[in-house]
Design a protein around this ligand. Structure first.
Ligand SMILES: [Mn+2]
Length: 370
């Protein structure tokens, strides 16, 4: 099950909730006292920033698998999302001592120092999203290449055995926002490496709530066993694994980085958008429901992969009018940050979200981070 702490931060009474969320996620991730304290401090600082500089916002806290090839297992991921005034000079804001109001510089500098991963996106007039991950004592900082044998996963409890330390030159990350602040999301995603193949899967359990979560969790578990199979074959396995559940819409993307090829196959109402340089294309899924109404044929789409590509998989909680990231900074950002900004910018108060929303992003590792 994908357990998510969705903390609205609109007054100082919610700072405690932010800290408790970080401590609870730390317990789920198995962090020791020192790293739990670090996660709690980062959550408190980011929540404080939301109040001080953005008139409030949202904190999303989750235990995720380490997105890099490093040891250390689960990490606590904290995303702070706001529609505030934004910052005109992010590097300065991240530097120690910078402050526009109160302790902005000190707070963000502290977060960056304490977290194993930290990234931030801010646009004046549109708002800020800050993303921090805190792992166990073994989580080395800056190991940002995804898929070095571990999974990047939206589902807690991920554990992929065989660690391979050859980097594949890509990173994976995402966010999962349960409908109406529920504790569990009916969406789930995972990323599994088998040899030189990287398989990214996103499942949207029918409806929302615990029954939906059962279906998407079954999909995650099957992919952990069968991630080596080609996408269409994997979907057949998933169809069997999800019998007896409500079923799910499922997208599978499998990357062979050395061959420079991505294969995609999807069933049901689940979205996939691929950046190809200056344009974005839809990767289409077949109508159906994995586990209950599998389409007879499962054609795969094969596309070229390279440094100017980026893949977004998403559940239908993302409003249909969502726009892929246009800001070039988001193409090289931490993929979970890109996902969080995408969810924020797709939402509008006029059309509230009616379902769980999961977004997973696969992107090339920028040359300076590999
Ligand atoms: Mn849905």
């Amino acid at each position: 099950m994908t357990r998510v702490w969705d903390v609205p931060v609109h007054d100082s009474t919610r700072l405690r909730d932010a800290r408790v969320a970080a401590e609870s996620a730390s317990a789920l991730a198995g962090l020791d006292r020192a790293r739990t304290d670090a996660a709690a401090l980062v959550a408190t600082e980011l929540a404080t920033n939301l109040l001080k500089h953005a008139h409030g916002g949202q904190l999303l806290v989750e235990a995720v698998s380490a997105p890099g090839g490093r040891a250390g297992g689960l990490m606590v991921q904290i995303a702070a999302v706001d529609h505030g005034p934004g910052m005109s000079d992010v590097p300065a804001a991240l530097g120690d001592g910078f402050s526009t109001a109160g302790s902005l510089g000190a707070g963000l500098g502290t977060c960056r120092r304490l977290a194993d991963d930290f990234d931030l996106h801010s646009v004046p007039g549109r708002g800020t999203v800050a993303l921090a991950r805190i792992g166990g004592a073994g989580a080395s900082r800056g190991g940002r290449d995804a898929a070095g044998g571990r999974t990047g996963s939206g589902a807690a409890g991920a554990d992929v055995a065989d660690a391979v330390d050859t980097p594949l030159g890509v990173r994976v990350g995402g966010v999962n926002v349960p409908f109406r602040g529920a504790e569990q999301s009916g969406d789930a995603w995972t990323c599994v490496r088998a040899g030189d193949l990287l398989t990214l899967m996103l499942a949207d359990g029918l409806g929302h709530g615990p029954e939906a979560a059962l279906a998407s969790t079954a999909a995650v578990e099957e992919v952990r066993c069968s991630g080596h199979l080609p996408p269409a074959e994997l979907l057949r396995r998933l169809d069997e694994a999800l019998r007896g559940t409500r079923g799910a819409a499922v997208a599978v993307a499998q990357l062979d980085p050395r061959a420079g090829r991505l294969r995609f196959c999807g069933v049901g109402n689940v979205g996939a958008r691929l950046r190809e340089g200056d344009s974005w294309r839809h990767l289409l899924s077949r109508p159906g429901i994995v586990g209950t109404h599998r389409p007879r044929t499962l054609p795969e789409t094969a596309v070229a992969w390279g440094p100017d590509r980026l893949l977004v998989l998403h559940s239908d909680g993302l409003p249909s009018r969502w726009a892929p990231p246009a800001d070039p900074r988001l193409l090289s950002a931490d993929p979970a940050l890109t996902a969080a900004v995408t969810v924020r910018d797709a939402g509008s108060s006029a059309r509230p979200v009616r379902d769980d929303t999961a977004v997973a992003v696969l992107s090339p590792t920028p040359p300076d981070r590999s």
